[in-house]
Design a protein around this ligand. Structure first.
Ligand code: ADP
Ligand code: MG
Length: 383
C-alpha cells in the first residue's frame, strides 16, 4: 500500500465507457467508492451504471476538467484514449496507467520495439512506414499479416498478404498508414497473462489463461490445471512482468502470447487495461482483474490472486441474438442458467450486432472435466 492511498468513499474516474469500464465501476462501487465515467456516448455501458457520467469527447477541456474535479484518481478502460488527455489529467490527479505506457501500447511499432528491449521474442516483423520499407521487406516475412500500427482490434485493421504485390496493394488500400508486417506463424495455441503492478512496484499476476480465437475475436478462455503447460505458463508470467517493469507500469496489464509447434513462446501484443481473457477472474478467483485495477489505482495493497475453481469463459457475441435468423431474438438465458456453475455477465448494450461483444458466460465447477462438460452444454444451447 502506498502512504497516500485513496480509501473507499472517494471517487475514482475512468476514461471510456465500454464494458471494461462498466466492470471497473462495479468493482469500485462494491468496495465503497463513487465513480465517474467520461465517454461521449450517453448510453455507454459504464456511464449507465456510474454515479457520474460526463459525456464529452475525450479531448474536451471542459470534460477533462470536470472529471479531474470530481475524481481522486483516474484510469482508462480502452487503449485508444488519446495519450494527450491522460497527460492533461495527470497534471492535477494520479493517472494509472500513465500516458507513456498507453502511448506505446497504442502503436504496434513502438510496442514491438518495447518487447525487443525487454528481451521478449516476438514474431519476425518489419515496420512499414514508407515505400522504401516495402521494397526492403525480407522474403521470409511472406506469407504474412499486415496490421495497421494503430487502432486495430478484434482482428480489424489486418489482412493476410502472400506476395510482395499483394503487400503493396493492401498497404495502398489501407491508405499507406504506418503498419507492421508480421510473418504468419503456425500457432499451436495461444495464451495471455494479466499482471497488476502498484505504484510501489509490487506485482501480482493471474494464472496464465489459454485462449481460442475465431476470426480474430476471442471466443473461449480456459483456466485450469494443464490448460497452459507449466514451462510456458511460467515463461509467459516472467515475460509479462518484465514488460510491465520495463514500462514502470502502474495498473493492470495483459500480454498475449503465441505458442509454436516446438513449444517456444512469442509475444503478440499487450493491452494497458483489464482484458477480455481475464473475465473468468470475476467468478473463479478471490480477486478479479477489475478489483486489481481498483487497488492499483487507489494504492491499496495487492495480494497474489488465487484461482479457486477451474473455469471456462465463453464470449457472448451479438451473433447469438441472430441464431434463429435475421430477426433479433433473446438467447435462451434461463436454460443456460439452469446449468450448474454458470454466471451470466451482460454489458447493457442497447442493440446486438454481429461480432459485437455483448457479454460473457463464466463457468466454474469443482473439476476441469465438469467445467468442460457444462461449457459444451452451454455452447450447444447457444447454438
Ligand atoms: P487484435 O489487436 O485484433 O487482437 P492480434 O494481433 O492479437 O490483433 O491478432 C488477432 C488474432 O489473429 C491472434 O490472436 C491470432 O489468433 C491471429 N494472429 C495474429 N498475428 C498472427 C501471426 N503473426 N501469425 C498467426 N496468427 C496470428
Ligand atoms: Mg489480440
Amino acid at each position: 500500500m502506498t502512504p497516500d492511498a485513496i480509501l473507499p468513499g472517494a471517487t475514482l474516474g475512468v476514461m471510456g465507457g465500454g464494458q471494461l469500464g462498466r466492470m471497473f465501476v462495479h468493482a469500485a462501487q462494491r468496495m465503497g467508492y463513487f465513480t465517474a465515467v467520461l465517454d461521449p456516448d450517453a448510453a455507454s455501458p459504464a456511464g449507465l451504471v456510474s454515479h457520474h457520467h460526463i459525456h464529452t469527447d475525450y479531448l474536451d477541456a471542459d470534460g477533462l476538467g470536470r472529471l479531474a474535479g470530481i475524481s481522486a484518481a483516474i484510469t482508462t478502460e480502452f487503449e485508444n484514449v488519446p495519450a494527450a488527455a491522460l497527460s492533461t489529467l495527470a497534471s492535477t490527479r494520479p493517472v494509472a496507467p500513465g500516458a507513456h505506457a498507453v502511448e506505446i501500447a497504442q502503436d504496434r511499432i513502438r510496442e514491438k520495439a518495447h518487447f525487443v528491449r525487454c528481451g521478449v521474442p516476438c514474431a519476425p516483423y518489419a515496420a512499414i512506414e514508407t515505400v522504401e520499407n516495402l521494397v526492403d521487406v525480407p522474403a521470409e516475412l511472406l506469407p504474412g499479416l499486415l496490421k495497421t500500427a494503430r487502432l486495430g482490434y478484434d482482428g480489424k485493421g489486418q489482412a493476410r498478404v502472400n506476395t510482395r504485390e499483394e503487400l503493396a496493394q493492401v498497404w495502398e488500400a489501407m491508405g499507406r498508414v504506418p503498419c507492421v508486417l508480421e510473418k504468419l506463424l503456425p500457432l499451436s495455441w495461444e495464451c495471455s497473462v494479466i499482471v497488476a503492478r502498484g505504484r510501489d512496484g509490487q506485482m501480482v499476476h493471474l494464472p496464465a489463461q489459454r485462449n481460442l480465437h475465431r476470426e480474430g475475436i476471442l471466443a473461449v478462455t480456459q483456466v485450469m490445471e494443464g490448460a497452459v503447460p507449466e514451462p510456458q505458463a511460467q515463461q509467459a508470467i516472467e515475460a509479462t512482468k518484465a514488460i510491465a517493469q520495463g514500462l514502470d507500469y502502474v495498473g493492470v496489464l495483459c500480454v498475449e502470447f503465441f505458442a509454436l509447434a516446438d513449444g517456444s513462446l512469442v509475444v503478440n501484443e499487450m493491452a494497458p487495461r483489464p482484458h477480455n481473457s481475464g473475465h473468468y477472474s470475476m467468478d473463479a478467483c478471490d480477486v478479479s482483474q477489475f478489483e486489481l485495477q481498483v487497488r492499483t489505482l487507489a494504492g491499496l495493497p495487492l495480494t497474489q490472486p488465487r484461482l479457486h475453481s477451474p473455469a471456462i469463459m465463453l464470449n457472448l457475441l451479438g451473433d447469438l441474438w441472430f441464431a434463429q435468423g435475421e430477426a433479433e431474438a433473446t438467447p435462451p438465458w434461463a436454460q443456460v442458467l439452469a446449468l450448474p456453475g454458470t454466471s451470466l455477465h451482460l454489458y447493457g448494450k442497447h442493440s446486438a450486432r454481429k461480432g459485437r461483444k455483448m457479454g460473457h458466460l463464466n463457468i466454474t465447477r469443482a473439476t476441469p472435466q465438469a467445467v468442460r462438460e457444462t461449457a459444451l452444454q452451454a455452447a450447444a444451447l447457444l447454438g
